[in-house]
Ligand binder design. Structure first.
Ligand code: PRP
Length: 181
């Protein structure tokens, strides 16, 4: 596989992602068998590819919606505010919601979303995350997890570096010189 010069190595190849997505979909199918109101919420932009692949493998009736939230500025550790830029189209009351995220890093975004959704009284709330970084963080409660990865900057399969590399079919590590001064 030919890598772009800014990338260090492939961390998770396409076949491994596909296998894991299939497993997560099967888990979700057995956990929600018989439920009617299953709603997947993708958090833009990063989750768009994972959400599309995952939901196409879940053979249960379900709907899909999206949210966009503001980035708090990854370079700054002190500013912690997360803000909703685009909200859902439909209410979540009485729905079984699965929040779909591409990555959990500090955990702030997912913690904020969990709090926000719990306040909206869904029938239930679970989270499905493709990758989490292995560094220490407050426990944000991930119900379905694809992979744990080292604390490096990753791109591909929805993840970006200043909007680049989102549509790579694999997850790759970015060269440290690009994000560490
Ligand atoms: C990424 C990712 C998560 C968040 C995780 O989004 O999609 O939403 O960061 O980081 P955290 O655990 O430290 O909160 P980003 O703000 O880069 O926006 P994007 O999804 O549009 O790329």
């Amino acid at each position: 596989m030919e890598l772009a010069p800014d990338l260090e190595r492939v961390l998770i190849p396409p076949e491994a992602i596909a296998r894991r997505v299939e497993e997560l979909a099967s888990e979700i199918e057995s956990d929600y068998a018989g439920e009617r109101e299953l709603l997947f919420v993708g958090v833009l932009k990063g989750a768009f590819i994972f959400l599309a692949d995952l939901t196409r493998r879940v053979r249960l009736p379900h709907t899909v919606d999206f949210m966009a939230i503001s980035s708090y500025g990854k370079a700054s550790v002190s500013s912690g505010a997360v803000r909703i830029l685009m909200d859902l189209r439909e209410p979540v009351v009485n729905k079984h919601v699965i929040l779909v995220e591409d990555i959990v890093d500090s955990g702030r975004t997912l913690a904020y979303l969990q709090e926000t959704f719990n306040g909206r009284r869904p029938a239930s709330l679970r989270t499905c995350v493709l990758v989490r970084k292995e560094r220490e963080r407050a426990d944000v409660g991930i119900d379905y997890l694809g992979f744990t990865i080292p604390d490096v900057w990753v791109v591909g399969y929805g993840l970006d570096l200043a909007e680049r590399f989102r549509t790579l079919p694999y997850i790759a590590e970015v060269k440290r010189s690009l994000y560490q001064k």
